[in-house]
Design a binder for this molecule. Structure first.
Ligand SMILES: Cc1ncc(COP(=O)(O)O)c(C=O)c1O
Length: 435
């Protein structure tokens, strides 16, 4: 029976356009979806950057089924269940040294809100309560809650929603087509973009700033890879001024860059790290914030019977999510998936860069198993050319994502070389037809 499409107010969707020609997914396994017409669709974006181990993996399915039968829910405030501790321990063991405290949430957006609140509360707890300012970056995406859109740098996500958080500023983005187009891996130019942080600090005074938040690789605004030396410089400037550095690893976490986290890949350790998506491979909603021990310990003062951090969600560390997370981490370990992107990176990069020279292609960039292909916008109709390419690929049985006029590729980490070829060949045909 076909559902009535009227009632569902769809998230981040051109819904009137969609409802005229719905793209309805009904089944998934491994690298593939099936739609309601029975077509098999190759998943080129890991669902929504999250299905890192592939779809419906047996251990994950079994763990969720078993947990649902055993215990549906346990309150996370003043109570707990063992899987939450087990999962926190496993996540901490994957993290850069010293980032060993894990706070569970249900999404990337909630992880971002949690990290921003942790940063402000941390400074207050150590007697610097005037440090409340937050610094984000243009073209940053940090989810859709008020903190996240305030530090985020996408005007389309901000302009509808009033004055947002006060005390927020932004540094410039790192995209530099003139100098870095067609870079493979980290671009050569642009470490100096980090110096803009010094300008913003001078304007507000360091003593008012709590934290800087950036995505190590900006995913949602078109796969912007950090220039060589850029993240190190951000780290140095934050250290110099006593400002916390938050990495939003909601997309880059869990193997996307060739190690468990981009912090490890790029050799820069933040103070707080936001996670979601790959934590459960998208199977059950879950997010987390990783914090350095030293940050956590600042909260652990005062009478022991009092709550130290007044924050949390009814579904923080939900039993189904914990079971799914543990089975997902086990699947990553069994199959070496958290380092597989490093092995496939050059094949994937070469394949994507073979699209250079096609009509309207103005940049191709890649790192690990994430890539972006940027097109010249149609005159006066931004995003329409990329939408056309996206729809064409969908018709040919390959699911990608577009953002602005950039096509993004970020497949499950189980992808094989022939499947990379199929994605790139499909994209090639679609770009040619869109000319
Ligand atoms: C870097 C980053 N942060 C936060 C989020 C928000 O995550 P969610 O949609 O789970 O709230 C996303 C989602 O794509 C993201 O890419």
């Amino acid at each position: 029976m076909k559902p009535d499409l009227d009632a569902f107010w769809m998230p981040f969707t051109a819904s009137r356009h969609f409802k005229k020609a719905p793209r309805m997914l009904v089944k998934a396994s491994g690298m593939y979806y099936w739609d309601d017409k029975g077509r098999q669709i190759l998943d080129g974006v890991a669902g929504l950057w999250c299905v890192n181990a592939g779809h419906n993996r047996p251990k994950v399915v079994a763990a969720i089924q078993a947990q649902a039968a055993e215990m549906d829910f346990a309150p996370p405030f003043q109570m707990a269940h063992p899987l939450a501790f087990e999962l926190a321990d496993k996540v901490a063991k994957l993290a850069p040294a010293g980032m060993n405290k894990v706070f569970f949430t249900n999404s990337g957006s909630e992880s971002v809100e949690t990290a921003l609140k942790m940063a402000i509360a941390y400074h207050r707890a150590r007697g610097e309560g005037q440090r409340t300012r937050l610094i984000g970056r243009e073209r940053g995406y940090h989810g859709v809650n008020f903190g996240g859109i305030s530090v985020g740098g996408i005007s389309g996500n901000r302009k509808m929603f009033g004055s947002l958080l006060t005390g927020v500023d932004h540094i410039r983005h790192t995209h530099d087509l003139a100098r870095n187009a067609y870079s493979q891996g980290q671009p050569e130019h642009g470490a100096e973009f980090a110096d803009e942080l010094e300008r913003v600090i001078a304007l507000h005074d360091a003593s008012t700033i709590a934290a800087v938040i950036v995505e190590p690789i900006a995913g949602s605004t078109g796969v912007l890879i950090p220039p060589k030396g850029y993240l190190n410089r951000l780290r140095e400037i934050c250290d110099k001024h006593g400002i916390l550095l938050i990495f939003d690893e909601v997309i880059t976490g869990f193997g996307r860059t060739g190690t468990p986290f981009a912090a490890t890949t790029f050799g820069v350790t933040p103070d707080l790290m936001t996670l979601a998506k790959g934590l459960t491979g998208g199977s059950v909603p879950m997010g987390a914030v990783l914090a350095k021990q030293a940050i956590h310990d600042v909260f652990m003062t005062g009478p022991e019977h009092l709550i130290e951090f007044a924050h949390g969600y009814t579904y923080s560390s939900h039993p189904l999510a914990c079971a799914a997370g543990l089975a997902t981490l086990e699947t990553y370990a069994d199959e070496g998936l958290l380092t597989r992107a490093a092995q496939l990176q050059s094949y994937f990069g070469e394949a994507l860069h073979s699209l250079k020279g096609l009509p309207n292609v103005i940049d191709i960039r890649n790192f690990g198993l994430v890539g972006g292909v940027e097109l010249t916008p149609l005159a006066g109709e931004p995003t329409k050319r990329a939408l056309g390419v996206f729809l064409d690929c969908w018709d040919k049985g390959v699911m990608l994502r577009y953002t602005g006029d950039i096509l993004a590729v970020s497949p499950p980490l189980i992808i094989e070389r022939e499947q990379i070829d199929r994605i790139v060949d499909t994209l090639r045909g679609a770009i040619q037809r869109a000319a």
